[in-house]
Design a protein around this ligand. Structure first.
Ligand code: SF4
Ligand code: SF4
Length: 88
């Protein structure tokens, strides 16, 4: 079961056209990035950052397109998406 879950995660990762960079300690937990990611590739952390907020983390099983919609919505410049070079 675990192997098949890992295989699915690896498959999705291969399908991803990009990734996100998250500066968790700049995040103020507004949730815009999680809410507006078109592929639902983000969720909130269970732990807290230095400011006391839950911050976004990438869901490995979801494909990230690198569209940077998360970055466009973030008021605190805490996250941005980027496309892999092979997909630019
Ligand atoms: S770059 Fe796009 S697809 Fe990736 S996490 Fe941000 S909003 Fe979602
Ligand atoms: S949009 Fe920015 S401040 Fe808001 S939860 Fe996402 S990373 Fe944090």
């Amino acid at each position: 079961m675990k192997d098949s879950k890992m295989a699915t995660a690896e498959k999705k990762e291969r399908q991803s056209r990009g990734n996100v960079n998250i500066n968790k300690d700049r995040c103020k937990g507004c949730g815009f990035c999680v809410e507006f990611c078109p592929t639902h590739a983000l969720r909130f952390s269970e732990d807290f950052n230095a400011l006391g907020y839950h911050y976004p983390v990438r869901l490995e099983e979801a494909a990230c397109t690198g569209c940077d919609q998360c970055g466009a919505f973030c008021p605190d410049f805490a996250i941005f998406g980027y496309r892999y070079k092979s997909h630019t």
